[in-house]
Design a protein around this ligand. Structure first.
Ligand code: FCB
Length: 446
């Protein structure tokens, strides 16, 4: 594949703490709401948990050696809240901070820039027990986490992501009930969304105070919504899905408040019986605190069609017949459209692809090699979409593959492999896949 990426482009891979670290009860770490969610029967496929995961807590040196060999210049990871603040609030566990401090030092020694995500879905269980993200007070402990971590690591970490995928933290977790805490309560989900966004705005200010040279952003996840037909009803269905998934987060972050059409639609659907009573004066400006960059996660898109269902959402189908093993449609053109649309409509100062990748469950062949050609093709197509978007003027300067290695895929457990490195969970053996070698060459030739 011919490619021309700008000089100094950021090439990375991404992971998150609960998905790889394991060591769930070591050195003072306590339970998060994902630990307890995994204990509930039927929540996670096969009853899998993140107790051991990729054992990265013990094998991180080996994992950094892989990153070094891969040739990436950036690594996106998240911190486990309960490793650092075991009761979720004031008391600090220095062993938890030491772990991340060593990780950061070793990354830097290897020429790899750390990109740190504060919240990738592990709320301390005591905070969940008091209502979690559905409650406004949760913004305070989150801001405290941001303060503690940025004070301790801000001398070495310059790139900060407050939240990973607020749509998942709020709607997927509180309305669809697929992720922890597994609620199915629209109003709680919309409150949770607001508190996630508000806590983001609060954390940005704290990080900037502690680390004046920091680059601070948030990572949103997107699904490009295409109408299933050109009929006005399907167009409206796609517009609603876009409001539900994308605009509900983009609009307030970029200073436009919550989208009026969606507020009206949610009111009509009964999801906002008291309107936006959870939005207090000052919240929207706080949420719209200017960002240094917008983190963009994208995997797939959907086709939306009328009529709307009882809860007000359209019926959706994958955006393409071609699917990954998790069933998500492969649609690089949707990704390309999305990138342009974010740039031309919202004008972020900087755009960084903080996650993109695919689940393909290929394992080692008789020679021990993992020939994941479908993932290579997926990555090629999506990198090309990024390149085209840059040529159109989108200020994209980084791309992180999800994921460095196979890991705990939330409610799918270990049944879905997104890594460019294969992990044998019985032995913890890491085997770079064909996609790893593809990415390595791709980085080198750019
Ligand atoms: C994203 C998550 C990441 C991983 C990928 C497949 O939504 O941020 O943790 O689960 O999907």
């Amino acid at each position: 594949m011919q490619s021309h990426f700008p000089k100094n482009f950021i090439w990375g891979t991404a992971t998150s703490a609960y998905q790889i670290e394991g060591a769930y009860n070591e050195d003072g770490r306590t339970l998060s709401h994902w630990d307890t969610f995994c204990q509930e029967p039927g929540r996670v496929r096969g009853g899998d948990t993140g107790n051991v995961a990729c054992d990265h807590y013990h094998r991180w040196r080996e994992d950094i050696a892989l990153m070094k060999d891969l040739g990436i210049n950036a690594y996106r990871f998240s911190v486990s809240w309960t490793r650092i603040l075991p009761n979720g609030e004031k008391q600090i566990n220095s062993k938890g901070l030491d772990f991340y401090s060593q990780l950061v030092d070793t990354l830097l020694e290897n020429g790899i820039t750390p990109w740190l995500t504060l919240y990738h879905w592990e709320l301390p269980q005591p905070l969940q027990a008091r209502g979690g993200w559905a409650e406004r007070w949760v913004c305070e402990p989150f801001t405290h986490l941001a303060d503690v971590v940025s004070r301790h690591l801000g001398d070495r970490v310059q790139h900060w992501i407050t939240h990973n995928e607020p749509w998942c933290t709020s709607l997927l977790s509180h309305q669809q009930g697929v992720h922890a805490p597994g609620w199915q309560d629209w109003n709680a989900a919309l409150r949770a969304a607001h508190h996630v966004l508000l806590s983001h705005g609060m954390a940005v200010s704290v990080i900037r105070q502690n680390v004046p040279s920091a680059q601070v952003g948030i990572t949103l996840n997107f699904e490009h919504a295409t109408p299933a037909s050109p009929s006005p009803e399907d167009l409206q269905a796609a517009r609603i899905y876009d409001g539900y998934y994308n605009r509900w987060f983009l609009d307030p972050i970029f200073g436009m408040g919550y989208p009026a059409d969606m507020v009206a639609h949610y009111q009509q659907s009964g999801h906002l019986p008291n309107g936006l009573d959870f939005v207090l004066p000052g919240d929207l400006p706080q949420i719209a605190t200017p960002l240094d960059f917008l983190g963009i996660n994208n995997y797939t898109g959907i086709l939306a069609s009328a009529p709307l269902q009882a809860d007000g959402l359209p019926a959706v189908l994958p955006c393409s017949q071609e699917r990954t093993d998790i069933g998500w449609g492969i649609c690089p053109d949707g990704f390309y459209n999305l990138l342009n649309r974010i740039h031309f409509h919202y004008r972020p100062a900087r755009m960084v692809i903080t996650e993109n990748g695919a689940s393909f469950n290929d394992g080692p062949d008789e020679h021990g090699q993992v020939n994941d050609v479908r993932r290579v093709r997926y990555l090629e197509k999506h990198l090309l979409a990024v390149q085209r978007a840059i040529q159109n003027g989108c200020p994209i300067d980084g791309y992180f593959v999800w994921s460095l290695m196979d890991n705990f895929e939330w409610s799918w457990g270990y049944s879905q492999r997104f890594g460019i490195v294969h992990v044998d969970y019985a032995t913890q053996k890491r085997t770079p896949k064909a996609s790893y070698h593809f990415y390595k060459n791709f980085i080198q030739s750019n």
